[in-house]
Ligand binder design. Structure first.
Ligand code: NDP
Ligand code: GUE
Ligand code: MG
Length: 295
């Protein structure tokens, strides 16, 4: 039976560390790190993330505000908002909540964010820097996954890592991170065109699912003793809940926990780490902005 990689506890310890960094920062006479989140429309899932982020930021002493716009905002107007935040000297970090409405090109907006304020690490300059191992903002979800493994003292050296999902925000940056010299995993990235997916996943010492389909990874796809990380956030109908649904990951938790050595739950796993690492990135953005190099 797997041990639980407890996102609640691990994220709390990251938040405590960031709160101490922020305290030392403001004690030294600096203003609190400042994050601005841009939220278009009123997607209930996005609203939930944004609420969570605001609460986390407040507790860490970070100045965080969400700028909300109707989903009929034009791309030009949104680019104007980004430009204002880019040039505002009181703003350290910018996060534009994705996905954007269909009439707006996500890429154009991400590319417009000042790479020095890009706390999501989604700008091509930061993704390129991540790939070559140069200092950069590391996307919060991959960063959070690695931080979970490190804080749980899970040895990654020489592991076979299999990532299911090749998105620019999770799968690809996680692959870049896991193959770095301080982690030393051997990485396979699978996607919807992968032939015989289970043959790959069954080889994984570290299996990460970022697919977006509830209970997609079943026990028969998992090697005995694997470390299993669930990035998926899916809604499944559940009449016993007030909301009529509950959250489920991409991993069939009940089945897979019998075989894995470690497993992340949903909720209470990677999502909480994502939010905590965003705070870490915002603290680093403030240092960079003040020309103090991030540690
Ligand atoms: N916990 C957290 O902090 C976060 C959670 N999420 C959640 O993680 C999930 C993934 O997000 P994201 O990476 O943005 O998703 P995307 O939809 O961008 O990517 C999904 C990936 O899964 C692959 N895929 C889809 N179907 C299959 C299949 N049948 N077999 C193998 N691969 C398949 C796709 O392949 P292809 O490229 O070929 O289409 C694609 O690469 C979502 O549930 C999202 O809500 C996302 C970000 C952060
Ligand atoms: N620019 C941008 N950056 C992102 O990092 C980004 C984004 N857009 N768009 C959406 C995805 C998804 N994402 C999550 C963050 C936290 C939780 C999270 O806190 N999850 C909690 C549960 C939250 C709940 O109960 O609703 C948990 O797993 O325990 C989930 C998902 C960030 N994303
Ligand atoms: Mg779009």
């Amino acid at each position: 039976m797997a041990q639980i990689l407890n996102g609640k506890e691990l994220a709390q310890s990251v938040r405590n560390d960031v709160a101490a960094e922020v305290q030392a920062w403001t004690d030294s006479g600096q203003r609190p790190p400042c994050l601005r989140v841009v939220l278009i429309g009123s997607n209930p899932a996005s609203e939930a993330y944004v609420r969570g982020k605001e609460k986390d930021a407040r507790e860490a002493g970070i100045d965080s505000e969400t700028l909300r716009f109707d989903d009929d905002i034009s791309e030009a107007d949104l680019l104007g908002v980004v430009d204002r935040l880019n040039t505002d000297p009181s703003v350290d970090g910018i996060l534009v909540q994705l996905p954007l409405p269909d009439h707006i090109d996500d890429r154009s907006v991400i590319d417009a964010i000042d790479p020095e304020k890009d706390v999501d690490g989604f700008h091509p300059e930061n993704l390129g820097r991540l790939l070559i191992g140069a200092p950069s903002f590391i996307p919060a979800t991959p960063f959070g996954i690695v931080e979970m493994l490190k804080r749980s003292k899970i040895e990654t050296e020489g592991m076979r890592a299999v990532i299911v999902g090749r998105s620019n925000i999770v799968g690809k940056p996680l692959a870049a991170l896991l193959m770095q010299r301080d982690i030393n995993a051997t990485v396979t990235v699978c996607h919807s065109r992968t032939r015989n997916l289970a043959a790959h996943t069954r080889e994984a010492d570290l299996l990460v699912a970022a697919v977006g389909r509830a209970n997609f990874i079943t026990a028969d796809m998992v090697k005995e003793g694997a470390v299993v990380v669930d990035v998926g956030i899916n809604r499944v109908d559940d009449e016993s809940r007030d909301k009529g649904y509950r959250l489920a990951g991409d991993i069939d938790f009940e089945g897979v926990r019998e075989k894995a050595s470690w497993i992340t739950p949903v909720p209470g796993g990677v999502g909480l780490m994502t939010r905590a690492m965003l705070l870490k990135n915002t603290m680093n953005a403030a240092r960079r902005h003040a020309d103090v190099v991030a540690p």
